[in-house]
Design a protein around this ligand. Sequence first.
Ligand code: BG6
Ligand code: MG
Length: 235
Amino acid sequence: MTASAPKSPPAIEAAIFDLDGVIVDTAKYHYMAWKRLANELGFDFSPEDNERLKGVSRMRSLEILLEIAGLRLDEQSKAELAERKNRWYVEYIGRLSPSEILPGVPEFIGGLRRLGVKTALASASKNAPIILENLGITRLFDAVVDGNTASRAKPDPEVFLLAAGRLGVDPCQCIVFEDAAAGVEAAHRAGMYAVGVGSPEVLRQADHVIPGFAGLDPAVILELASRRQTRCRAQ
Ligand code: BG6
Ligand code: MG
């Protein structure tokens, strides 16, 4: 009986990007709106507290904010507060311009596309389409899955699996770019290779961490991910 040859990892065929904190720094606008709400309710909300909201859905963010203040509210009041915060947030992001795209992002995504890699956006945000439009980068993505389509928040893998499905690519041939620990976990649960964008301390679980996209060669990252992808379910 001949031993079967070791299977080599599959080539990466699609790249899936988180939005907030990866493509654009919207965390500061979320912070301004949550702080305004906290101040109206009579308590303060620090930038450190805001770190806990990264990658977290709008309602869960509100619940964390209320936990910090020790407040318990009924569902209707919570829905009203989330809506109020969102009105302010939409006002802030209405002024977003292409100058706020994080350095190197369009070049990196453009480079991937020239290499034949499909691209998708997978975000928890219900405001993702307006943000992409205001930044002028909707056309960089073959598919967009956002908080209006996905019902389960990261670390649930739903948003990434939906994106892979829209692109018609096997999850294990996808590479994910994420700035939040919950997003890295979601990518892994989807069977995808996860690149953390930000600090290695926060993104300990990522397969690889980059500080940002400036000067990053898409071919080098693809080669790395294709060689090191070990999360394929059938491997
Ligand atoms: C995520 C952000 O991308 O989207 C979170 O990291 C935010 O901070 C979540 O709460 C939901 O966003 P939105 O725009 O639907 O309130
Ligand atoms: Mg993010």
